[in-house]
Every structure is written in C-alpha cells, then in structure tokens.
Design a protein around this ligand. Structure first.
Ligand SMILES: *[C@@H]1O[C@H](CO)[C@@H](O)[C@H](O)[C@H]1NC(C)=O
Ligand SMILES: *[C@@H]1O[C@H](CO)[C@@H](O)[C@H](O)[C@H]1NC(C)=O
Length: 424
C-alpha cells in the first residue's frame, strides 16, 4: 500500500495511538531491563479514566479490558512483532488503601485482583505494567505513593507486576528526585525485576534543568514532554522539544535507560530514530489494517530496537533530517517535511550529513513510506527523496564492504552487483 497518498489526519484518526521515546551508557539503572526500548500497550490515551463499567463494559478500566488486549496481542501478531508489556495506567485502584495500608484494585472493576490478572497476562507470554504516583495522589485523584514507597513496591512485586509507570502529580518539585530515587531503591529491594518508567524530568523542567545522570541511574525510561494526543500539532511539538533539547537528552539515552516521548507514520519513523519506548495506546480489538501494518512494520521496529542503543538527533534544520547510528556502522535517516500544506517537497539526500557514509559507496533502503531497495550510491548520487506535508521518508544506509568498493574503484563506471545498479 502506498501511504504517501494519505493525509495526516486520516492516519491520525485511524491510529488513535500513542508512543512514548530516546536515550547512552555505562551507569544506567542496573536492573538488566530495557536494553533496547520497551515495547507494549498502555491504556491511557485511548481509554483514559473511563470507570463507568455499567454503561461501557467494553471500554472501562477493568480486568476484562486488559485480558482482552492480552488475547489480541497474541492472536493478531503484536507479541510476535515484539510488543511485550500490557500496561495499566491511572484509575485502577480503589479510593482507599486496605487495613494494612496497601493499595488495592477497585473491587468492582478488578474482582479477581491484580495478581490473577498478572497470572493471566503471564500465561500468554506477556508482561504486566501498573501505574502509581510519586506524590500524595495520582493525577486522577487516586491514592499516591508518598510515604508508602516500600509498601507499594512490595505489593507490586507480590502481585507479579513487571513494570511500574510512576507519575509525578501532587508532589513538591524539590522532592521529585528524592521520591523517584527512593521508589527505585524500594523496587530493587523487592528482588523482583520491575522496569521503572518515570516522569521525573517532565515535572522538573518547569522549575530547573533536570539532572539526567541521576535520572539515568534511577529509571529505565523517562518522559520529558507532555502526553501525546491524536493530533499532528501534538506530535510535532514533541519532535520540536526533542530537537531543541537534544544536547541534553541524546547523551543520556542508551541500553538500560531511554527518553520517552509519549503514533502515526511520521511519529513511528521518528520514534524509531529517537530510540523511544514503543507504547501503543489504541483499541487493538478494532484497529485499521493500515495502522496495524505500520505498527508491526519489522523494518521500523528493527531500527527502534537496534542494539547499539544510540538515540538519533536532528541534523539539517531547514527540512528536518534526523539520523540515528545503528550497529555495524549503519545509519537510519528520517527526512521530515514539517510543512502542513502544499504538495510533496524534494530533498537532495546528499545534503544529509550522514551521507558521508556513502564515500565511496553505500547501499540505500527505503523503509517508509514504502519498502524499496534503492541500490548503490556514491557521494555524488543525484537521489532526491520526496516527502508529503507532515510526511516522513525513512531510509537506512549501509556503507559497502571493501571488496565492493575495490570493484567500484577499478571500474569507475556503472556496475551491477547482485543485479543492482550502482548509480554514478
Ligand atoms: C527518601 O528516603 C530518605 C531516607 O530514608 C528519607 O529521609 C526521605 O524523606 C525520603 N524522601 C521522600 C520524598 O520520600
Ligand atoms: C547529578 O547526579 C549525579 C549522580 O547522582 C551526582 O553525582 C551529581 O553531583 C549531580 N549533579 C548535580 C549538578 O547536582
């Protein structure tokens, strides 16, 4: 299918999805988790705080919703594509803690409790994520974890939870760092592997520049910018934020710890470049084939999951060219046309800084809008890629081996290798 003819809005409405993203290095939170960006599904953007199970039994935050998503993730190829975590967001607990001060699931919506739900999700070969808040209450007003970090960490471990999204509402910003670090220690102390997803920098930026060294030691990924919505302006503002803060956030990402930008085609491409955790928030029971194909695109996922673990960055500003170094000296390049009106615009790819990998010779593969092998190229190749308004062309560049390069130098003329034309 050719995605180039779709308007952004169509894709936006069709996907109804949210992804989170990016991050290097030695002193990541050492829990052996998130060595590549986390992939999964999270209820928030699609289902929010819908607790009305009488009127909307299929769309309320209940054990039934998460069991159905787990079923679909296995049946419809999501698990096979790499999506692993089924994540509960806000509004799951009861308004009151139990007599021992422990959080408890809302008894009407989760009658069998979170442990049984975790057992079910595990029986499908998937993992369960849960949500809590570093402050006095969650963003939607349910009990927060302030003063209960060890109790809550132990409760989640006892239930068999595999990931904690820890929000930052209703917390004195001076204490954010302490709170997140205390919870990280409490999770480690339980002895269970629980991936720790933080919102610490998001809540600290309005007051001061967060300490990303400390964040990386504490969290597996961290949200920097606000929740993503089903709109191009929302997604665009996240790219813009990442570009203007890349000197700070790019060096902080790497195996074990990632920046989390909170989906659509351009979004999917850029989330792959930015090494973002891929959390979908959509209704997997009712997703259009085009969105499914995009979200399960193995070439894009391979870039996202590249084990080198380097986050990509903006290079050419006038168009918007992002690049991400990959394993074996390869490079992914995303060319984004941020203009929202008019026709497709062409970009001469040799103007991308990463094109230097093509000296003397490289092989280029287009991943989006459509998979295409574009053959071999030299530094002077006249190739122009064309991106629709709000659209993105995603490419990978593989520098060629010295044998092929030698062959090329010897002939100094058009040659064919594996039936592919080398463009001079
Ligand atoms: C974090 O833990 C330390 C040491 O137990 C404690 O003094 C401090 O109050 C805690 N901070 C928060 C925000 O819970
Ligand atoms: C940032 O955190 C690191 C690790 O916790 C610490 O060593 C460093 O002093 C902190 N930097 C600042 C400016 O507070």
């Amino acid at each position: 299918m050719d995605l180039r003819n779709l308007s952004w809005h169509y894709i936006a409405v069709c996907l109804l999805a949210v992804l989170g993203s990016v991050g290097p290095a030695a002193d990541a939170l050492n829990n052996g988790l998130a060595l590549t960006p986390t992939m999964g599904w999270l209820h928030w953007e699609r289902f929010m705080c819908n607790i009305d199970c009488d009127r909307e039994p299929d769309n309320c935050i209940s054990e039934r919703l998460f069991m159905q998503m787990a079923d679909v993730m296995v049946k419809e190829g999501w698990k096979e594509a790499g999506y692993e975590y089924v994540c509960i967001d806000d509004c799951w607990p009861s308004r009151q803690r139990d007599a021992q001060g422990r959080l408890q699931a809302d008894p009407r919506r989760f009658p069998r409790g979170i442990k049984k739900l975790a057992d079910y999700v595990h029986s499908k070969g998937l993992k369960l994520g849960i949500y809590a808040d570093v402050g006095k209450s969650t963003c939607a007003g349910y009990p927060g974890s302030l003063g209960y970090y060890e109790t809550d960490a132990q409760t989640f471990a006892d239930w068999g939870v595999d990931l904690l999204k820890f929000d930052g509402c209703f917390m004195d910003w001076n204490l954010l760092g302490e709170g997140y670090m205390n919870m990280s220690k409490a999770l480690t102390k339980t002895g269970r592997s629980i991936l720790f997803s933080c919102e610490w920098p998001l809540y600290e930026w309005p007051f001061q520049k967060p300490n990303y060294t400390a964040i990386r030691e504490t969290c597996n990924h961290w949200r920097n910018s606000a929740d993503v919505y089903d709109s191009w302006s929302s997604v665009k503002s996240i790219f813009e934020w990442a570009a203007s803060h890349q000197d700070i956030i790019v060096p902080s990402a790497g195996p074990g710890g990632w920046n989390d930008p909170d989906m659509q085609e351009s979004q999917m491409a850029l989330w792959a470049i930015m090494a973002a955790p891929l959390f979908m928030s959509n209704d997997l029971r009712d997703i259009c084939p085009r969105s499914k194909k995009l979200l399960q695109n193995r070439h894009i996922i391979a870039i996202n999951q590249d084990p080198l673990g380097k986050q990509g960055y903006l290079t050419v500003d006038s168009f918007e060219v992002w690049e991400r170094p990959l394993m074996r000296n390869r490079l992914a390049i995303a060319v984004l046309n941020k203009q929202e009106i008019g026709g497709p615009r062409g970009f001469a790819i040799r103007a991308a800084p990463g094109w230097k990998l093509c000296d003397p010779l490289c092989e280029v593969t287009q991943i989006l809008p459509k998979y295409k092998e574009l053959g071999f190229h030299t530094p002077k190749s006249p190739m122009v890629v064309s991106a629709n308004p709000s659209g993105t062309v995603l490419l990978t560049i593989t520098p060629l081996s010295s044998d092929l390069t030698g062959l090329y130098k010897l002939h100094r003329q058009d040659i064919f290798v594996k039936n592919k034309h080398i463009v001079l």
